[in-house]
Design a protein around this ligand. Structure first.
Ligand code: NAI
Length: 341
């Protein structure tokens, strides 16, 4: 079988701890991975004077596959987001973010099963900001037909392929009549090509309320960049928090997998981060490269470990360390692999 070459960016904060976990688990599960370690973000800036040294882009050009830990972005000043740069540079237009309840993690809700399709290259993340004068700043929201069509189609294609029942398009077209109006108009038109899938449109603020009242009424979401970003954390909260939610950034030919969470500076270096989000991102990577069975095996092993509250990390109310949790996942994989063979 051909080697799987992965560009690995460990990232900042808890990034080194959770990517180490993912590397160990993937190395256990798949024999033929070739890792290309590169550094981006604050660490790279300190070492080389560049946020994204050319090796990062060259490596990803070659492998077309990135596994990435979170990268910190200074708030309100300093450098622009490396995450946003990578998504735009490789035109990774579809940010796919599942949030699913785990039997072993108790929250107010028990059967959440949501997938967000977040447009990943446009909107207020286009970076078009301007100081008009000392007291006035402008930020431009960019929504294009091409950008909207491809993310909405991606959501419907996914719903069709996965036998999902409904696609909900979240917007604020009552206020943003041009930008969100275009996105909504395209959604309405594309939905007609998928008659077997229910299409629902909803104003984003109402959606937030509805989600908290009863998340089980929703299925697949499609929305613009900023709403998708906020919605992702909301959905993570419904299933037990940011330690549990993974994501894929998919473009034409390139893909990047990373947890939804950030660098969590408050717990960095303490060996208490929950590696589940990173491990589930690795499972999404495996499915993307045609190793669906191994991806599912990894998901099952994580579910199995999470089934016992004594295995939970601190974010879930437990005391398990990152490294001990990783060991348990590998043990669960080992017994599952033995059982299958
Ligand atoms: P955050 O996601 O880093 O942390 C929010 C809260 O969740 C914190 O209390 C943290 O301890 C907790 N948390 C997050 N991941 C966890 C895990 N795996 N296990 C246990 N607890 C976890 O969000 P915050 O604080 O807003 O951002 C910190 C930095 O991360 C910022 O510089 C931000 O720009 C960056 N960031 C990077 C992202 C990326 O690389 N894709 C995504 C989001 C934020």
């Amino acid at each position: 079988m051909a080697n799987i070459e992965i560009t690995l960016i460990e990232g900042d904060g808890i990034g080194p701890e959770v990517t180490k976990s993912a590397r160990e688990v993937l190395n256990f599960l798949v024999e033929n991975i070739i890792w290309h370690d590169v550094v981006a973000g604050g660490k790279a800036l300190d070492a080389t004077g560049e946020l994204i040294p050319s090796q990062v882009l060259e490596s990803a050009e070659k492998t077309k596959l990135i596994l990435k830990g979170p990268i910190a972005t200074p708030i309100g000043k300093g450098f622009r987001s490396v995450n946003v740069y990578l998504r735009k540079h490789f035109d990774l237009y579809a940010n796919v973010r599942p949030s699913k309840s785990f039997k072993g993690v108790s929250t107010r809700y028990s059967d959440v099963n949501l997938v967000i399709f977040r447009e990943n290259t446009e909107d207020l993340y286009a970076g078009i900001e301007k100081r008009v004068d000392d007291d006035t700043r402008h930020s431009i929201k960019v929504i294009t037909r091409k950008g909207s069509e491809r993310i909405i189609r991606a959501a419907f294609d996914y719903a069709r392929a996965q036998n999902r029942k409904k696609v909900t398009l979240a917007h604020k077209a009552n206020i943003l009549k041009e930008t969100d109006g275009l996105f909504l108009e395209i959604g309405r038109r594309i939905s007609l090509s998928y008659p077997e899938i229910e299409f629902e449109e909803i104003i984003i603020d109402n959606l937030c309320m509805q989600l908290v009242m009863d998340p089980t009424q929703f299925d697949v979401f499609v929305t613009m960049n900023l709403y998708g970003d906020i919605l992702s954390d909301l959905c993570a909260g419904l299933v037990g928090g940011l330690g549990l939610t993974a994501s894929a950034n998919i473009g034409n030919g390139y893909a990047m997998f990373e947890p939804v969470h950030g660098s969590a500076p408050d717990i960095a270096g303490m060996n208490i981060a929950n590696p589940t989000a990173m491990l589930l991102s690795a499972a999404m990577l495996l499915k993307h490269v045609g190793e669906a069975e191994k991806g599912e095996l990894l998901e099952k092993a994580i579910e199995y470990v999470l089934d016992s509250p004594q295995n939970h990390t601190r974010d879930l109310g437990g005391i398990m360390s990152t490294t001990a949790f990783t060991k348990l996942v590998i043990e669960a994989l080992a017994s599952e692999v033995k059982r299958v063979c």
